[in-house]
Design a protein around this ligand. Structure first.
Ligand SMILES: C[S@@+](CC[C@H](N)C(=O)[O-])C[C@H]1O[C@@H](n2cnc3c(N)ncnc32)[C@H](O)[C@@H]1O
Length: 313
């Protein structure tokens, strides 16, 4: 069954077409022959508070090598190239990963791990908590940087540790925009992720959706958004994690990556088991850095299972 057509208003001359190969919608400009995965004429939005933002990525927003003007035939956009995973990064055995500054690509990240303190926008100090560790952070950084990814999504940003790694990778690499979904940023987390991103000079690469993932992800889908990498680190029950995974699959380009954090939590572990046994369209990538706590999946194709497929797990 084809995915629902995105409800986007298109500028004159553009059409939304279904790619038979990737079972996903793309956008085609009839006159120039340009094709792209993301909706054209994406607007900047000042207000982040309500609907998911539609900001154009710097250095590419998910558009891929559009074919030049053509003489009639419609060319689908190129798929994402198979992504490379950096297998090992330096993790000196003589010291704890929390002290490895070589795994901390900017000063704000180094300060957070060194002091275990963070500051909100008003300058008030708080104890650092809930963030990825430096080995996990560097794995995410490398996935984004090595593959020049420009469009990423995160469920659950807390104090912004993983977002700092992702946005820094974009700044150091091909540019782009990282979208973070978190309903508790301004309440429980006192806007600390926002403040950390600003202090690190990464505002241009960060967008925040202050909603639950179950509200925000369908909205992103309806807007025709597509991502290269999705990091799931939200509410860790089995049902919420699986729901995040389900929408992540629909929002992810073929060849893109899903990273799942905290796989030792019981609910997350169960979800990991379900995906590994029931989703043949994903490859579990073993032997990644931080594999004991964070799972890495590569999307091989769109979902081709029968409507009632099930493998006991
Ligand atoms: C483990 S923390 C995320 C840590 C963050 N990725 C980092 O490395 O700094 C979990 C986050 O999930 C958020 N969260 C909880 N329920 C959520 C939901 N329904 N949708 C999205 N995020 C949710 C919490 O507010 C919290 O910030």
């Amino acid at each position: 069954m084809a995915p629902p057509k995105p409800e986007v208003v298109l500028p004159l001359g553009w059409e939304c077409l279904l790619s038979a190969k990737f079972d996903t919608w793309y956008y085609h400009h009839k006159e120039s022959g340009k094709s792209q995965w993301v909706p054209p004429e994406i607007e900047e939005k000042g207000d982040e508070s309500s609907s998911p933002p539609l900001k154009k990525a710097k250095g590419g927003s998910g558009d891929f090598a559009a074919p030049g003007p053509h003489g009639g035939a419609i060319h689908e956009p190129s798929p994402l190239e198979p992504l490379r995973i950096v297998a090992k990064h330096p993790e000196p055995s003589h010291k704890s990963v929390w002290f490895c500054t070589e795994l901390m690509p900017n000063e704000i990240i180094r300060e957070i791990y060194r002091t275990e303190r963070v500051r909100d926008a008003a300058g008030n100090e708080h104890k650092f908590r809930d963030g990825v560790n430096p080995a996990e952070g560097m794995h995410i950084y490398n996935c984004v940087r090595t593959n020049s990814l420009t469009s990423t999504l995160e469920v659950g940003c807390a104090m912004g540790t993983s977002a700092l790694y992702i946005c820094q990778a974009m700044k150091d690499g091909a540019g782009g925009v990282h979208v973070a979904i978190d309903p508790n940023q301004d309440t429980q987390y006192k806007s600390i992720a926002r403040a950390n991103i600003s202090r690190a000079g990464l505002d241009d690469h960060f967008e925040l959706i202050r909603e639950t993932s179950y509200a925000a992800m369908p909205h992103l889908l309806r807007n025709g958004r597509k991502f290269h990498l999705i990091f799931i680190d939200g509410w860790h029950t089995f049902d919420y994690t699986l729901m995040d995974f389900f929408f992540a699959d629909l929002l992810l380009q073929v060849n893109g990556l899903i990273l799942l954090d905290d796989i030792n939590h019981k609910g997350v572990q169960k979800c990991l088991k379900y995906v590994r046994t029931n989703w043949p369209h994903y490859e579990y990538v073993a032997d990644t850095p931080a594999a004991a706590t964070m799972a890495t999946f590569r999307k091989l194709s769109h979902d081709k299972r029968d409507w009632n497929a099930h493998v006991n797990f």
